[in-house]
Design a protein around this ligand. Structure first.
Ligand SMILES: Nc1ncnc2c1ncn2[C@@H]1O[C@H](COP(=O)(O)OP(=O)(O)O)[C@@H](O)[C@H]1O
Ligand SMILES: [Mg+2]
Length: 271
């Protein structure tokens, strides 16, 4: 049915239009993002993939409200220029756990900063440690945990804040291959049960396809959207999906687009 006046679609959770951003390096103005358009619906899982240095982390900083675009608009639920800081959960590549706090006390850090009492925050966190694979480890310190567990503790801290939109910047980049696969499956289950809206940056093509409803491929710097790939693989998914023909054909499209960008001028290393 065609769109009629008054029958517009509801606003997406996140919409970015024509985002431009430059940085001055050594006195020279370098464009980093050159007109990025992107939309994420409520409850969607969207990934962003692109050559190293193309502006992916800069884009997430802008979504989170930690940085401002030179031009273009960002809206959450259709509202422009709203304060995004505090409405968006953001997990950086490095887990950034405080070494002097236990797993539980690391997990509640965000809640404490928001003014929730320690007792209440701990109660909330304890309800989730099991689904985050951390039960029995609440009183351990980060150094005693595996990489996957540290990452899940950082996830728990991000998810406890119960934000409308969660941004993940290469959360599994530092993990070994097997742990990464386990974490991807775990994240899929978590997302299924928590119904959150997620934007994930990754340089792992399999990961992008496995978890996403849609994948945005960015060009090399200055980044803009090169391709949007709909991933219509049935859900729930697990790692076995990567052997299917449908998966292989999506992967070929993604790799083709990425290869074009990395052989093009100025691209840094891939991944
Ligand atoms: N605060 C900053 N000041 C100057 N240059 C920056 C800053 N942040 C990022 N850059 C540069 O912008 C480019 C894109 O960075 P980034 O968004 O981190 O890329 P990606 O995450 O895609 O690897 C890089 O060349 C980086 O060096
Ligand atoms: Mg980055």
């Amino acid at each position: 049915m065609p769109d009629l006046p008054g029958m517009e679609h509801p606003e997406p959770k996140l919409r970015m239009q024509s985002i431009h951003k430059s940085f001055t390096v050594g006195g020279k103005r370098e464009p980093v993002l050159a007109g990025v358009d992107l939309a994420v619906e409520d409850g969607e899982f969207v990934s962003i993939i692109g050559p190293s240095g193309c502006g992916k982390s800069t884009l997430l900083n802008i979504i989170a409200g930690l940085d401002q675009p030179a031009s273009g608009s960002v809206s959450l639920d259709g509202g422009q220029d709203q304060q995004r800081l505090g409405r968006v959960g953001y997990m950086l590549q490095k887990d950034l756990l405080l070494p002097w706090r236990t797993v539980l006390d690391n997990a509640i850090l965000g809640l404490e900063l928001k003014g929730v009492s320690r007792r209440q925050a701990r109660k909330q966190a304890l309800q989730l440690t099991e689904s985050f694979g951390l039960s029995g480890f609440e009183d351990q310190y980060p150094f005693a945990l595996s990489g996957g567990m540290r990452q899940r503790a950082a996830f728990l801290r991000t998810m406890l804040l119960d934000q409308e939109l969660v941004l993940l910047d290469e959360p599994f980049g530092a993990l070994d291959a097997l742990t990464r696969i386990q974490m991807q499956e775990w994240l899929l289950n978590l997302w299924d049960s928590m119904k959150s809206t997620i934007v994930l940056i990754t340089h792992d093509v399999d990961e992008a396809i496995l978890v996403s409803d849609r994948v945005y491929v960015l060009t090399s710097r200055p980044g803009k959207v090169k391709m949007v790939l709909d991933v219509d693989l049935p859900r729930p998914r697990d790692f076995e999906a990567i052997t299917s023909l449908q998966f292989t054909s999506l992967k070929a499209k993604l790799l083709g687009a990425l290869r074009e960008e990395t052989v093009k001028n100025g691209a840094e290393t891939w991944p």
